[in-house]
Ligand binder design. Structure first.
Ligand code: 26W
Length: 808
């Protein structure tokens, strides 16, 4: 059906007829999208079956990437690119009089993740398949993804993200592969033939039903699987509840409460709230995933022998850490292994990635809550803890303190990171500086116990989505200039360095950037009603809203620029458009206040005719993967200004450099490695470094008020937040104002002057057109290291020990 345009057109019209019984003229774009989608899915299914067969027959080692979040973004065009049929489809649709971009735009953007961690999971799936690696995703099929953000009168308003409204063409429901997951109840301990048995009774059960989505590799026939689980109460269980217990309404309530498990993604990023439903979600998908892996393994191997040699389970942060006790439970209670054997298998199977150093993001669950919901799992965690603590006491008989730090159960809580460290064979951070901080501080005691478990895997992003798909003109120019080997070997981008000073290449780079800026300007015009000048610097700050990411520092610089322009209207700064996009967790008040602050500053500045449009401020609502793909290729400047030591890696920084933006940033996360790659002249670094930040935390010595009192510019800006300057009630930004002055834990005021200086450098560089373009090209040339293909290659050899399987 995709062999040539004529076949494709015929298949398209036929499918339109069979699916909707309408003619082309009568069909809507949404129907046309569904038709193209189902054609693509049919086309993929042949290789999907083949890939699965290969994996099963050859018995090759499989990796399962467990993650509570997969932030996939739209899939259609990615499939077309990876299947190498995009151009053909585009032309054929054109011949049918159908606008390709309208069709692509029909797809809902599945927001099954919050931010960096979820998007990393999606990039990893793309790289696994593209590197021919047998690796699959396991997660939850949320009925509602991350909320849709509307900005109303400058405030964030959250609306439900009903992404399944029109159905989802990519998924295949596998009802017969459903498994049961049990909650609550009690555990009866007995003995059979001298062996202890654990019988779980009086539990509530829910069916976990898998929905599979194909993950297509780049031009290589590999089709891996993302399996997302949905909670459903089977009809027979519903009837049983209703009739045998004689209470119909109770039965409805039961169904409703059990199915709530997969209803909604928690919108918290880096802040743990300890809700029962979230714990249910975590156990739900982990239990379902492991049951299905074990079932498949037994189907192939007959027994569980050599399990760890053939299966790798990777946990994306601690959210899936119950994989450890769940695998223990299945091995012991269902497969009859003894503790030591089960422990051996488990700890050789599970590996763990840490994504944050923030203490408020380290998961802990109250023992009572945990025990009530998961009685058998609790017994296992208790036993793991007991044995581990005993081992520590034997090892360090004189010290009680390390035991307090490393115990899994402590102070009425279960510490999930500790469980992950004890129960896995590998723990990695996501950038070099992050891993070093884990070893030195956050997980320091564990590092002294298990130094061999620690390793670094610097993050990456898929260049197929964030360069080839998002910036096709740039991808084409690169291939025309240095050949297309970089697509398979992103490190080949380095050849572009030879063209960094090439005038005609520079001009072409500039033209592409200007085209992308024009498109973004149109989007801003449509969405915000604001006209922006495409010859101004597009200075972009897009990511989740969090105090440590310091959107406020950016705003303070904008306010200061504005003040200086008002004082000196002839100041010849390069015009700048400051672009923001960010969702705030609905309960995170300071973050929401920051959104209102950005919009209030925008109102004042954008409506002031006296500054001659030299600065504009734009907040683009509902930042998501699709918007990222439009915004990033249009950026001149990439804002990566977190307080040093707080951003584990960042991945937006990589997407921007890949598209030729200049980074202004702190020495935090992967910025450190970006600087190393491009050299200090091709990135603008400012602010405290991680060591200086740590020193202030340990020894004190910083008072924001001193800076307020000594720096006129800071005083003016801080005062403007509360003195009516922003045309809002004076209390509006009171909390933010107080936070900056009295609890400036993220050193916003401290880094202010250094940031202003850095921004001045950005302005100067932009004025030197050739230097600017050279820098832009050097950034692209060095972005190869930050392809997730490199990262996944390192996971495959360094942690999972899996090898490619070629599907012919
Ligand atoms: C609800 C609790 C919670 C806690 C932590 C939710 C989500 C988290 C994540 C760990 C937050 C997260 O997304 N971390 C980001 O992971 C990216 C991928 O490794 C990194 O690039 C970011 O620096 C890191 O903040």
């Amino acid at each position: 059906m995709f062999s040539n345009k004529e076949n494709f057109k015929r298949s398209f019209l036929e499918k339109l007829q069979t699916m909707y019984a309408i003619s082309l003229e009568e069909s809507s774009d949404s129907e046309r999208y569904m038709v193209l989608g189902s054609l693509v899915r049919d086309y993929v299914s042949k290789n999907w079956v083949k890939t699965n067969k290969h994996y099963l027959q050859d018995g090759v080692k499989q990796v399962y990437y467990f993650s509570l979040e997969f932030l996939l973004g739209r899939m259609l065009e990615s499939y077309l690119i990876n299947l190498d049929i995009k151009d053909m489809c585009k032309e054929a649709l054109d011949e049918l009089g159908i606008d390709y971009n309208n069709i692509i735009g029909q797809e809902p953007d599945p927001g099954l993740g919050n931010g960096g961690l979820g998007r990393l999971g999606a990039c990893f799936l793309d790289s696994l398949a593209s590197l021919n690696l047998p690796g699959h995703g396991c997660g939850i099929r949320y009925r509602y993804g991350l909320f849709e953000q509307k900005i109303v009168n400058g405030y964030q308003v959250e609306l439900p993200d009903n992404w399944l409204k029109k159905g989802n063409v990519w998924e295949v429901k596998k009802a017969e592969k459903a498994v049961e997951v049990r909650f609550g109840g009690d555990v009866k301990i007995g003995t059979v033939n001298g062996k202890m048995t654990f019988i779980h009774e009086n539990y509530h059960s829910v069916m976990a039903v898998p929905y599979d989505t194909p993950i297509v590799g780049y031009k290589n026939n590999t089709v891996n699987t993302l399996r997302l689980w949905s909670a459903e109460v089977a009809q027979k269980d519903f009837d049983f509840q209703a009739f045998s217990k004689g209470d119909y309404l109770k039965a409805v309530e039961y169904k409703y409460s059990m199915e709530a498990i997969s209803q909604v993604l928690y919108p918290d990023d880096s802040y743990v709230q300890g809700r029962l439903l979230r714990l249910k979600q975590q156990y739900f998908f982990v239990s379902a995933g492991i049951q299905s892996i074990v079932r498949r393994y037994k189907k192939k191997h007959g027994s569980l022998e050599n399990f760890a040699d053939n299966i790798s389970i990777h946990i994306n942060d601690t959210h899936p850490v119950l994989a450890i006790p769940e695998l223990m439970r299945i091995l012991m209670d269902e497969e009859g292994l003894g503790w030591d054997d089960a422990w051996q298998v488990t700890t050789n199977t599970v590996s763990y990635t840490n994504h944050t150093t923030l203490s408020e993001a380290l998961e802990k669950w109250p023992v009572d809550m945990f025990k009530g919901l998961l009685p058998r799992i609790y017994m296992i965690v208790e036993e793991i803890n007991k044995r581990f603590c005993q081992e520590m006491i034997n090892k360090y008989p004189k010290h009680s303190q390390p035991i307090d730090k490393v115990a899994i159960i402590h102070d009425g809580h279960i510490r999930m990171a500790n469980l992950a460290l004890v129960g896995s064979y590998s723990v990695n951070g996501v950038s070099r500086i992050h891993t070093e901080l884990l070893k030195k501080h956050v997980l320091g005691v564990f590092y002294s116990i298990y130094p061999y478990k620690f390793n670094n895997k610097t993050n990456g992003v898929t260049h197929r989505r964030f360069l080839i798909k998002a910036n096709p003109k740039l991808a084409e120019l690169i291939s025309d200039t240095i050949g297309s080997s970089w697509i398979y070997h992103p490190s080949d981008l380095i050849v572009l360095r030879n063209y960094a000073n090439d005038k005609s290449f520079q001009e072409e780079i500039l033209k592409i950037k200007q085209d992308n800026k024009k498109k973004l300007a149109m989007l801003i015009r449509r969405q915000n009603g604001i006209d922006v000048d495409i010859s101004s610097i597009f200075d972009v700050h897009v990511k989740r809203l969090h105090a440590y990411k310091r959107q406020v520092l950016n705003v303070m610089h904008i306010m200061d620029l504005y003040n200086r322009l008002k004082d000196n209207p002839n100041w010849d700064i390069t015009p700048r458009t400051f672009i923001f996009g960010a969702k705030a967790a609905p309960a995170y008040h300071l973050a929401k206040e920051t959104i209102k602050l950005i919009n209030s500053v925008a109102d004042v500045i954008n409506n002031d005719k006296t500054i001659n449009d030299k600065i504009k401020v734009v907040f683009i609502e509902n930042y998501n993967v699709s918007l990222a793909e439009s915004i990033i290729p249009a950026a001149d400047v990439s804002e990566q200004i977190s307080t040093a030591s707080k951003e584990a890696s960042g991945t937006g920084n990589m997407k921007f450099m890949m598209n030729g933006a200049l980074t202004i940033g702190t020495l935090d996360g992967a910025n450190v490695e970006i600087k190393e790659e491009v050299g200090e002249n091709n990135i603008v670094i400012f602010g405290l470094n991680a060591l200086e930040v740590q020193n202030y935390y340990y020894h004190g010595g910083y008072k924001a008020m001193d800076i307020y009192n000594s720096d006129e510019r800071v005083k003016r800006v801080i005062d403007q937040m509360v003195n009516g300057f922003l045309l809002t009630p004076q209390e509006e930004f009171k909390a933010l104002h107080n936070h900056l002055l009295y609890h400036d834990e993220y050193f916003v005021l401290k880094d202010f002057s250094s940031y202003v200086e850095a921004q001045c450098k950005v302005d100067n560089t932009y004025k030197q057109r050739e230097k600017w373009l050279e820098t832009s090209i050097i950034n692209i040339a060095h972005s190869g290291k930050f392809s997730s293909d490199r990262t996944i290659g390192e996971y495959a050899t360094g942690i999972w020990k899996v090898s490619p399987v070629v599907i012919d």
